[in-house]
Design a protein around this ligand. Structure first.
Ligand code: 13P
Ligand code: SF4
Length: 312
């Protein structure tokens, strides 16, 4: 038996012994997807975290995702395989800045992308994801909305909901992966793969989204590729997604807009910190438990539940 197979078997045994589940984001390495009970996008995984009845949740994703799962499940032990796995978007908005904007626009609802720290989320009225952001803004009974921290997603929402005013908080929050995509890269890829269509994540710059055939969250990309009449796709998102697409849609072909050979930026440095070994260690030693102060967790939970209700 190879080393990876051995670790996979150990993780599966530990999960049973400890009554644990592993939630794995779509960007995770293939080996982690093999031990995950559920893989999905950030919205789907947050909903799964809300519904689980196991004692332990290991969140194989970046830290804000584990924090969100912990806030939704204050009675459960939520473990992060590496608490240093941050997110450039989450790092771009702090409590002080958000409070300043709130003072400037006291009547505007605060709609925050899930890629934020739990302390920032505790100030939100609504917490959205790439799959829900446009719908939520459309449904809100308000004409001016504070939205952060992703400026690209804010531009996309503004384009889809032109009659409302989206104020970016901060003005320039960016994902270190998607910020690198350009129209020029799209043109090169289209020349290289003339039969492929372009599917993009809304964290990409507007010039890329405007050139795309489909825009959606990581889960929505899988659904779209499954039912699309096309067989080849250029994928404008983090390169781990190629694995998830290939696993879920095995009869079609997927090409990354940017490869790791062309630029290390194709892979999210934070998602990359979550390894199979760290997942095992986390479950075995029950480290690193994510602890969110009760009052903060409660506020973030309420904002998320309010959002889920709005979407029903
Ligand atoms: P999804 O919600 O589409 O999975 O995206 C999360 C993310 O961090 C994208 O970079
Ligand atoms: Fe954050 Fe970008 Fe990494 Fe997603 S891909 S976790 S938005 S840095």
């Amino acid at each position: 038996m190879g080393k990876i197979e051995e670790i996979i078997n150990q993780i599966k045994r530990l999960k049973k012994e400890k009554n644990a589940i592993i939630l794995g984001h779509n960007y995770m390495d293939y080996s982690i997807q093999l031990v995950s009970d559920f893989t999905g996008d950030s919205y789907d995984l947050a909903l799964k975290a809300m519904k689980t009845n196991t004692d332990i949740i290991v969140f194989a994703g970046v830290y804000f995702m584990a924090e969100q799962a912990s806030a939704l499940n204050p009675d459960k032990k939520v473990l992060s395989p590496d608490p240093n796995a941050g997110c450039s978007l989450s790092d771009s908005l702090d409590v002080k800045t958000l409070k300043q904007y709130k003072e400037m626009y006291p009547h505007a609802p605060i709609v925050l992308y899930i890629n934020t720290s739990i302390y920032v989320k505790a100030l939100a009225d609504y917490i959205v994801t790439s799959s829900t952001a446009v719908k939520v803004v459309q449904k809100l009974n308000a004409n001016t909305i504070l939205f952060g921290p992703d400026a690209n997603l804010a531009n996309y929402i503004q384009q889809k909901v032109p009659h409302k005013r989206i104020i970016k908080v901060p003005p320039n929050g960016r994902c270190v992966v998607h910020a690198n995509y350009t129209r020029q890269l799209v043109e090169l890829a289209r020349r290289k793969y003339p039969n492929a269509i372009l599917i993009s994540h809304p964290e990409s710059p507007l010039e890329v989204l405007e050139a795309s055939d489909f825009v959606g969250s990581t889960n929505q990309m899988i659904q779209y590729a499954k039912q699309s009449p096309y067989n080849e796709f250029i994928v404008a998102t983090e390169i781990g997604m190629i694995n998830a697409l290939q696993i879920n849609v095995p009869n079609k072909r997927f090409y990354p807009l940017v490869t790791t050979e062309a630029c290390a930026c194709a892979r999210c440095p934070y998602m990359n910190m979550i390894t199979l070994e760290k997942v095992k260690k986390s479950l075995e030693e029950e480290i690193y438990e994510v602890k969110v102060p009760q009052e903060i967790a409660q506020k973030a939970k309420e904002a998320f539940e309010r959002t889920v209700k709005l979407l029903e």
